[in-house]
Design a protein around this ligand. Structure first.
Ligand SMILES: *Cc1c(COP(=O)(O)O)cnc(C)c1O
Length: 444
């Protein structure tokens, strides 16, 4: 079967361009997508057998490498046993076991798990829960949301509204609910201005809370690092200070760990490095190790109980056809068990050490490099300007040059980053740093 498809590959590009509409793609530019036929470990392979090192973990989803035998087996055996069933009025062990396993790694207060299937829906669910919570608590005037400048929370309407500070969703702004944007104090290695930036951001927040504090339902944030907005890192104590102020105004806290969850920032979850527990937590991307679409919105008992009542209208009337798909749950459980293994913990430490070594080389080799930052398994830097400019051509130039060398990157304008799967061998990652160094020296 695979062989027949490969033999027919000559026509893939044309067949694709005749029928398929790709995400985040300007089709007028006519760039052909790479036809992939398989993945193994840290590599993806195209139709000609060329290997590509997956330096972005397939849009930040993959943790243990492609085609991991433990995950493949978990998926195959679950598919053969119970493929899918509706989750209203029915339940199954893969979902229950997954919630139990995650509960052991999360703060005790985060104890109720609501399933959906992608990061955006995990965010929508959290926003809707927070909004309805206040209606049921007889504070219906709490209708606004508060979010960080530069935050990204997905591409559905509610998620775009709270992500309006990242600027990707401008055409839709008239559709958005009311969202206040508060400054984020992005920082990097040897940043001399960090304290001034944090103080200014906290002052601005005070003003917003003074004016609107009793009208805000929830504050949503990507903890420690804002991903799509430009890999913008903040100090844990900055976020702690923001949340302390927001909480004092009675506002609910939503942490969007769709990107940061499952070991990305060096701890199981970014919240392990913070001094507070959110009311709601959003998880997706790495949840299944990058094998299946699945998401969770985790709530505290306080939120959950606010939805109890005599009437169905007090319940949370939200659900998706594929809620808690058993195959995806089985993949997530197997992935989480792998994540807890000593060898995987060691992989993450090695990855972080390798980033330090690789970035030290790049800093010395590339004069336009600025704002270097590493957090756990994520390394990022900018060229020319510490501020992210999504329309800057540098990223596109480097992405193409790297692809020709078998390296998959997905820069955000002038922000370049590496988010490898945890299984990536140090030698391959260091080699990638050196190749990038040469390409950057040639290009800018
Ligand atoms: C990717 C991402 C989302 C959206 O997830 P999708 O699965 O792409 O809908 C939401 N929040 C954060 C922080 C993300 O990185």
């Amino acid at each position: 079967m695979v062989l027949i498809e490969e033999a027919a590959l000559g026509g893939w590009g044309q067949r694709d361009s005749a029928r398929v509409w790709h995400p985040f793609t300007q089709h007028q530019w006519g760039e052909s997508p790479i036809p992939l036929v398989r993945g193994k470990g840290a590599y993806l392979y195209d139709a000609d057998g060329k290997a590509y090192l997956d330096l972005v973990s397939s849009w930040w989803t993959n943790l243990h490498g492609h085609g991991h035998p433990v995950l493949v087996e978990a998926i195959a055996s679950q598919a053969a046993t119970l493929d899918h069933a509706m989750f209203a009025g029915f339940t199954h062990l893969p979902a229950i076991q997954l919630c139990e396993a995650l509960a052991t790694a999360l703060p005790e207060a985060l104890s109720r798990f609501f399933f959906s299937d992608n990061g955006s829906t995990a965010v929508e669910v959290a926003l809707k829960m927070a909004y309805q919570y206040w209606i049921q608590k007889d504070e219906p005037e709490r209708q606004m949301f508060l979010a960080f400048e530069g935050g990204y929370h997905g591409d559905t309407l509610g998620a775009m509204a709270v992500g309006r500070g990242c600027g990707f969703h401008d055409p839709f702004s008239t559709l958005f609910c009311e969202v206040l944007i508060t400054p984020h104090a992005a920082t990097w290695e040897n940043d001399l201005d960090v304290e001034a930036k944090e103080a200014a951001a906290l002052n601005k927040l005070d003003e917003l809370l003074e004016a609107y504090g009793d009208r805000i339902a929830a504050f949503i944030a990507e903890p420690l690092i804002q991903g799509a907005g430009g890999m913008r890192v903040c100090r844990p104590d900055f976020l702690n200070a923001v949340v302390a102020k927001v909480k004092a105004a009675g506002v609910l806290i939503i942490l969007d760990e769709v990107f940061t969850g499952f070991g990305r920032t060096g701890t199981d979850f970014a919240l392990n490095q913070l001094a507070f527990v959110p009311d709601l937590l959003c998880l997706s991307k790495g949840l299944t190790g990058g094998m299946m679409p699945l998401a969770l919105t985790v709530a505290t008992q306080k939120i959950y109980h606010a939805f109890w009542g005599d009437s169905i209208s007090q319940a949370f009337l939200h659900g998706h056809s594929y809620t808690a798909n058993p195959i995806a749950c089985a993949a997530a459980l197997a992935s989480f068990q792998l994540l807890q293994r000593e060898d995987c913990i060691q992989q993450r430490k090695t990855l972080e050490a390798t980033h330090h070594e690789g970035l030290a080389y790049l800093k010395a080799a590339v004069s336009s490099l600025c704002a270097p930052r590493i957090i756990g398994t994520i390394a990022a830097w900018n060229v020319f300007d510490p501020a992210t400019d999504y329309s800057h051509p540098a990223g596109k130039t480097l992405r193409k040059a790297a692809l020709a060398q078998g390296l998959i990157l997905r820069p955000l304008g002038n922000t370049l980053y590496l988010v490898p799967p945890y299984c990536m061998p140090s030698t391959a990652l260091l080699q990638a740093y050196h190749t990038l160094g040469h390409l950057m020296q040639q290009s800018f």
